[in-house]
Design a protein around this ligand. Structure first.
Ligand SMILES: [Zn+2]
Ligand SMILES: [Zn+2]
Length: 138
């Protein structure tokens, strides 16, 4: 069984077709031409769907933008390629301090290799193993 490629689906922009408009998803899918950008966007959301915009690192939910301004959301988040699966995933744009802090906290529970597989530089563990005297070679 193969793992399905995970891709982020969010409105990425519009493509003019004569006087009509297509709405384009971040995965490359696009609607048929519609009379207005609003209608194209509505069609994209209803026909194609969208990914709930939660940062994979710190789990911040950027959903506050849904229904308000999809394109403002793009200034909050960033879609990165996963070189291992060929998919994409969503993180806070430019790794703000709040994202790093929360990621640090979560790293205590998150498997490091998962983050490393995403090609993300994860914070180095701050705890060191203090060797007891019995572990010493001398
Ligand atoms: Zn899509
Ligand atoms: Zn984040």
């Amino acid at each position: 069984m193969t793992t399905p490629v995970a891709r982020v689906h969010l409105p990425n922009g519009f493509l003019p077709v004569g006087k009509r408009h297509r709405s384009v998803c971040t995965c490359g899918w696009m609607t048929t031409p519609r009379a207005t950008e609003d209608r194209a966007l509505t069609a994209l959301l209803s026909d194609h769907g969208w990914t709930v915009p939660i940062c994979v690192l710190c789990e911040t939910d950027h959903q506050g933008y849904v229904g308000r301004d999809w394109f403002a959301l793009q200034r909050e988040v960033e879609i990165l390629d996963d070189p291992y699966t060929g998919g994409t995933f969503l993180v806070c744009r430019n790794s703000p301090q709040s994202c790093r802090d929360r990621t640090d906290q979560r790293m205590l529970h998150l498997d490091r290799t998962v983050a490393e597989n995403f090609g993300i530089e994860v914070p180095r563990p701050r705890l060191r193993v203090v060797k007891s005297s019995t572990d010493r070679d001398d």
